[in-house]
Design a protein around this ligand. Structure first.
Ligand SMILES: Nc1ncnc2c1ncn2[C@@H]1O[C@H](COP(=O)(O)OP(=O)(O)OP(=O)(O)O)[C@@H](O)[C@H]1O
Ligand SMILES: [Mg+2]
Length: 319
């Protein structure tokens, strides 16, 4: 908490206007933007609103001299790939800054390799360096369970864990740690690391998106890039969504983003090959059925998106 530390008794107000402090904080804009830019995620949005309310009340209590300690805000975000965890973490960081909970509100995203060294003596400096960078903001540890490797007796991950736990306890007024990853692995991680479990007050689950939500996400994404589907392409996209889900390495909204990247590539190629004369803004911004239907997803095969991910997970497995 960086401002409105408990005021001396003589300066304490008799009442606090929560509605006014909500307006002044700029939280409304963040919540509205979250609602507009992110499809679905109702439970996640609800939890974020609750967090904002908690912090505004905490601020008011501080002004009245009622607050005794800073609320713990470390969180876990669990869900499958591409369910919006990183995007929501960015918004959360901004929210925490606006509420004066952290000074800067930046997000530092790391994985095990950024924290844990290969050799003895390398881990502590690495972890401390990351913590220094994240101070005043949010430290987002993706696939946090890789920090803990019980099969390896002398794993340096343990050293990083101990430093993190200490800082999460001592610096919780200026650093929020978010641990992210798959739900089931995270559960096991918390069971094996009760220190983390007890320091994390907020567990937020990110559900998989429905087909309709993924379709809406595709339209939002295209719209943000000043593109649009024509009517036949809309149908093709809806079909794509339902087929893609059952193929390997499906990654929710991330798969949609990748599919759209490829559709834009095909559109550009098509314009080069087909357009004999000048092209107008509409042609430059329309994704047609053909730009989507050549995808291997329609042939039931692996799309290049999936191949990339298969390669990534193979690499991860080999580490
Ligand atoms: N509800 C949503 N509405 C609109 N776009 C979304 C939504 N959820 C995710 N996206 C978009 O999908 C992409 C993937 O989201 P993000 O990176 O936040 O997911 P993630 O859960 O962190 O995934 P990973 O586990 O792969 O890191 C981003 O481009 C993001 O903007
Ligand atoms: Mg992510």
């Amino acid at each position: 908490m960086t401002d409105d530390r408990t005021l001396p008794t003589s300066k304490r107000p008799e009442t606090v206007d929560l509605a006014a402090s909500f307006e002044q904080s700029g939280v409304r804009e963040i919540l509205a933007e979250l609602d507009d830019s992110m499809i679905g995620l109702a439970p996640v949005k609800q939890r974020i609103k609750e967090t904002a309310a908690l912090l505004l009340v905490d601020k008011a209590r501080r002004q009245m001299g009622l607050a005794t300690e800073t609320p713990t805000l470390h969180m876990s975000f669990t869900g499958n790939p591409g369910t919006g965890k990183t995007t929501v973490a960015l918004k959360m960081a901004d929210l925490l800054r606006r509420l004066g909970y952290v000074r800067k509100g930046h997000l530092v995203t790391v994985t095990r390799d950024d924290l844990v060294g290969q050799y003895i003596g390398h881990t502590a400096p690495k972890t401390k360096e990351v913590l220094k960078k994240a101070m005043g903001g949010v430290l987002f540890i993706d696939e946090a369970y890789y920090l803990y490797r019980p099969e390896n007796e002398r794993d340096y991950g343990q050293e990083a864990i101990e430093i993190l736990l200490q800082v999460m306890e001592n610096n919780r007024d200026d650093l929020v740690v978010i641990l992210a990853g798959y739900g089931d692995r995270m559960d096991r991680f918390f069971e094996a690391n009760p220190g983390f479990r007890s320091r994390i007050a907020h567990h937020i689950e990110f559900p998989d998106y429905s087909d309709d939500e993924l379709f809406d996400i595709s339209e939002i994404m295209l719209n943000e890039q000043n593109y649009a589907f024509d009517p036949a392409a809309r149908e093709a996209m809806a079909e794509y969504v339902s087929l893609r889900r059952d193929q390997s390495h499906f990654a929710n909204a991330r798969s949609i983003r990748n599919a759209l990247d490829r559709a834009r590539l095909r559109q550009a190629n098509r314009l080069f090959n087909e357009a004999g004369g000048p092209v107008d803004a509409k042609m430059l911004s329309t994704i047609t059925e053909a730009d989507l239907r050549v995808s291997r997803v329609f042939q039931g095969g692996l799309d290049s998106d999936s191949k990339d991910q298969a390669r990534q997970s193979a690499q991860r497995g080999a580490q």
